[in-house]
Design a protein around this ligand. Structure first.
Ligand code: GLY
Length: 402
C-alpha cells in the first residue's frame, strides 16, 4: 500500500447547490459485496454490484456457521473479538434483511455441540473449553448421555462434548438471495460482468469490464465516487493492477450436502474432532445437512477430490451413524479468501475513491454484518465500528527501503 491516507467524506456530493447521492461501485457479489451494497443503499447511496455470478464462489459453498467460540483458536484474539461483535449483529441483520426483501432469513439459534470421537479428541475439547473460559465465553462440558438427549442421532460411542449456547447458523444461499432482492427493491443495480477498478489521475473513478469478452451486457464503464473491491481472493489481482499489495490467497474448502432419510436428524451445528481431524455438520430447515470442510492451501483449484469426499463422509458417519443412509445431494468446493493473519482486509488503501473489503477466510458469513458496517463507515467518512479497526489494510503496508 502506498499511503495510509483515509478516504475523504463521501455521503452526499453537493454540486451547484444540488445534492446528489454518492455513487458506489462494488466489484464482487459474494456475501461481503452484497451485504455492503445493501447497507449502503439503506444509507441512501446509489449502488451498482458488478459480478458475473452473484452469490456464487465461496458464498455458494459456505456452511453459514455463526460460531465465533467453537471455531476460535489460541493466538487469534482480535479475530475472536470481531467475530463476537459481528455474531451479535446477526439477529438484527437477519430481521431487517427479511423485512427489506420480503423473504425468510432463518437464523437457527440452537447453539453448537462440539463433540469428541475418542479420548485424544477429548483433549482438543478441553483445550477449547480453556480458551473460551479464559475469554468468559459460555461453554458447558456435557457427558455424552446429555449430548445425546439434545441430539439423539449422535453416536453412543462419543468420548465427550461441549455445549456452546450462544451460536447460530444461517443458509448463505438464502441470505444471498434475500440480499439480491433487497438490493433490487432499494434501487441497486447488478451488472453481470468481470470488472476491474478504473484509475484516472491518481483516483479510482469507478469500474470497467475487465475485457470486451467479460462484458456480455454490452455496457461500458460504471462511474462511481467510491469503488469497493470485494472480489474474495481475486481482490489481490485487482489491487495489484493499481500497484497495491493486498495479500489474499485461495484456501480451498470442500463440502457435501446430504439429505437424510428422516427429517430433523440434527437441530443445531455439530462440530467434531474425529481422531485428530475436524468435521462440522450444519442442519438446514429443508432437512439437508451440510458437511464440511477441508482447508487446503493448493492455489486456485476448485476440484472435488475422492479423498476429501471419503474423509468427510467417514467422519460425519462416525459422529451421526444414520447419515450412512442419506442421499449425497451435492459435493462442491469453495475458495475462501485467506490472509496471512486470518483477519480480513477492510478499509481505505491510500488511493482516493477506493475501499477494499475482502480476505474473510473461514468467516465471511460470520463477519458480513460487521464488515458491511465498516464499509459504510468508510464511505461516509465515519469512525470504524469497534473491533473492525483490526481489519485495517495498512497492517500489510510495504515500507520502502532507503
Ligand atoms: N466457517 C467454516 C469454513 O470455512 O469451513
Amino acid at each position: 500500500m502506498s499511503t495510509t491516507r483515509p478516504l475523504s467524506r463521501h455521503p452526499v456530493l453537493v454540486e451547484s447547490g444540488v445534492s446528489t447521492r454518492t455513487r458506489v461501485a462494488i466489484v464482487g457479489g459474494g456475501i461481503i459485496g452484497l451485504a455492503s451494497a445493501w447497507q449502503l443503499l439503506r444509507a441512501g447511496c446509489a449502488v451498482t454490484v458488478l459480478d458475473p455470478s452473484v452469490g456464487g464462489g465461496a458464498t455458494n459453498a459456505a456452511a453459514g456457521m455463526i460460531t465465533p467460540s467453537s471455531e476460535a483458536t489460541f493466538g487469534h484474539e482480535a479475530l475472536l473479538a470481531a467475530s463476537i461483535a459481528s455474531a451479535a449483529r446477526w439477529p438484527t441483520f437477519a430481521e431487517q434483511l427479511s423485512a427489506d426483501s420480503g423473504l425468510p432469513v432463518e437464523l437457527c439459534r440452537e447453539g453448537t455441540l462440539f463433540v469428541a470421537a475418542d479420548h485424544d479428541d477429548e483433549l482438543v475439547l478441553a483445550r477449547q473449553a480453556r480458551l473460551l473460559e479464559r475469554h468468559h465465553r459460555s461453554v458447558d462440558r456435557l457427558p455424552s448421555r446429555a449430548a445425546r438427549r439434545l441430539e439423539p442421532a449422535l453416536s453412543p460411542r462419543l468420548a465427550g462434548s461441549l455445549l456452546i449456547e450462544d451460536e447460530s447458523s444461517v443458509d448463505p444461499r438464502q441470505v444471498a438471495q434475500a440480499l439480491r432482492v433487497a438490493i433490487t427493491r432499494l434501487g441497486g443495480e447488478f451488472r453481470r460482468v468481470h470488472a476491474r477498478p478504473q484509475l484516472r489521475a491518481g483516483r479510482v473513478i469507478g469500474a470497467v469490464p475487465a475485457s470486451e469478452a467479460a462484458c456480455p451486457d454490452g455496457g461500458g464503464p460504471c462511474h462511481a465516487d467510491v469503488t469497493v473491491l470485494a472480489g474474495g481472493w481475486a481482490t489481490t489481482d485487482l489491487a495489484t493492477g493499481l500497484g497495491l499489495h493486498v495479500p489474499i490467497r485461495p484456501l480451498k474448502g470442500q463440502v457435501l450436502r446430504l439429505r437424510p432419510a428422516a427429517p430433523d436428524v440434527l437441530h443445531r451445528v455439530v462440530r467434531a474432532s474425529v481422531h485428530g481431524r475436524f468435521v462440522y455438520l450444519v442442519p438446514r430447515s429443508s432437512g439437508e445437512v451440510v458437511v464440511g470442510a477441508t482447508s487446503e492451501d493448493v492455489g486456485p483449484d476448485a476440484s472435488v477430490t475422492a479423498g476429501a469426499v471419503h474423509d468427510l463422509l467417514h467422519d460425519a458417519i462416525e459422529i451421526v451413524p444414520e447419515l450412512s443412509e442419506a442421499v449425497l445431494v451435492e459435493s462442491l468446493s469453495g475458495l475462501r479468501p485467506a490472509t496471512p493473519d486470518n483477519l480480513p482486509i477492510v478499509g481505505a488503501v491510500g488511493i482516493d475513491g477506493l475501499v477494499v473489503a475482502a480476505g474473510h477466510g473461514r468467516d465471511g458469513i460470520l463477519l458480513a454484518p460487521l464488515t458491511a458496517e465498516a464499509v459504510l463507515a468508510e464511505v461516509l467518512g465515519q469512525p470504524s465500528p469497534q473491533h473492525a479497526d483490526h481489519f485495517a489494510p495498512q497492517r500489510f503496508s510495504r515500507t520502502e527501503g532507503p
